[in-house]
Design a protein around this ligand. Structure first.
Ligand SMILES: NC(=O)c1ccc[n+]([C@@H]2O[C@H](COP(=O)([O-])OP(=O)(O)OC[C@H]3O[C@@H](n4cnc5c(N)ncnc54)[C@H](OP(=O)(O)O)[C@@H]3O)[C@@H](O)[C@H]2O)c1
Length: 299
């Protein structure tokens, strides 16, 4: 990269140099941003300093170094323990918080930022540290539109930068929806591996078929059902699908594998069937997740 290009790269400060924060700072450096870093345990800055970063002695110095401050620490409590004492130093700057949390955390932090004249954007990372800065990494942002617009060129150094809207909680809500999707899939996969292992079958033998099955995940169909409220089971219905869960429970118990995962899905299906929706498709379970009025005893 030429010096002229570097001049167009805004200085960035990264607060928090765990696995993810270090990856973020590394990506900014590779993209040519003057990068200042701070971490509670100072030694984690050493490798980044060797790669060209500046290490700040205090959080206040780190914040003062750049108009754009990125925070990525363990959780919301850690975030506020680090940033609350320097709220005044952050005034007039943009804070993009990439710490995981809830929509309520994001909205509370946004109110705190607003009270201190800080431009706030909440961000969530859907990537592993090793992919940050590459084409696989994608990030979700919500909050101040102007903060996103001004800093989008810098944020794209981390991966694809997607702005969802002005509600500060959106990035977290989408993030947690996707986290649930991913954990649901990998939990089902590991449960399957436990069944296969009990019968002496290698994961490698199973993997190609499991991978192919991912291609038929009916996300678009289910989204359409929930969007339109038309849940009719055109390809499959819950009365039939319940038998799969019963088979999985039976096969699990016969192999001393915990049946809690299929038993939980079975419980949701039974709830929908008991409400008269046995001929509907899987999307109908969206109602089975809503327990308040229909199933007060389950709360
Ligand atoms: N790793 C991933 O794959 C991944 C993916 C998406 C999102 N994230 C999110 O990114 C954030 C950071 O994750 P990570 O993987 O970098 O975790 P990590 O390696 O455990 O690093 C945690 C960071 O938080 C700091 N920290 C913890 N408690 C603190 C406190 N009380 N005061 C000040 N600093 C504190 C740590 O400082 P010290 O070094 O001093 O302990 C360190 O910088 C989390 O919110 C995580 O959910 C991670």
């Amino acid at each position: 990269m030429t010096d002229e290009n570097n001049a167009h790269r805004a200085p960035v400060t990264v607060i928090g140099l765990g696995l993810m924060g270090s990856a973020l700072a590394g990506a900014f450096l590779r993209a040519g941003h003057a990068t200042t870093v701070w971490n509670r345990s100072g030694a984690k800055a050493d490798a980044l300093v060797a790669a060209g970063a500046s290490s700040a002695g205090t959080v206040a110095e780190a914040v003062a170094a750049s108009p754009l401050v990125i925070s990525c620490v363990l959780d919301d409590a850690a975030l506020h323990s680090v940033l609350d004492p320097v709220a005044g130093d952050l005034s007039g700057r943009a804070l993009v918080n990439l710490t995981s949390g809830t929509p309520e955390h994001a909205r509370t932090t946004a109110a705190w930022a607003d009270a201190h004249g800080i431009g706030y954007l909440d961000g969530k990372i859907l990537a592993f540290p090793s992919t940050i800065g590459g084409p696989e990494a994608f990030l979700l942002f919500s909050g101040a539109r102007d903060v996103f617009a001004t800093n989008e060129p810098a944020l794209t150094a981390l991966g694809s930068a997607n702005y969802l809207g002005t509600d500060f909680g959106l990035a977290s809500l989408y993030d947690l929806g996707i986290v649930g999707l991913l954990y649901g899939v990998v939990t089902g996969f590991v449960h399957g591996l436990a069944l296969l292992r009990a019968d002496g079958i290698d994961p490698d033998a199973f993997l190609p078929y499991a991978t192919e099955a991912m291609e038929i995940m009916p996300l678009a169909d289910i989204a359409r059902q929930v969007q339109t409220g038309d849940y009719r089971g055109r390809e499959a219905h819950l009365d039939m699908q319940l038998a799969y869960m019963e088979h999985m429970i039976e096969v699990s118990e016969a192999r001393d594998v915990d049946p809690a995962f299929p038993a939980y899905v079975k419980r949701l299906m039974e709830r929908a069937i008991a409400a008269g929706h046995g001929s509907d498709d899987f999307g109908r379970l969206v109602d089975a997740f809503s327990v308040p009025a229909e199933h007060p005893s389950l709360r």
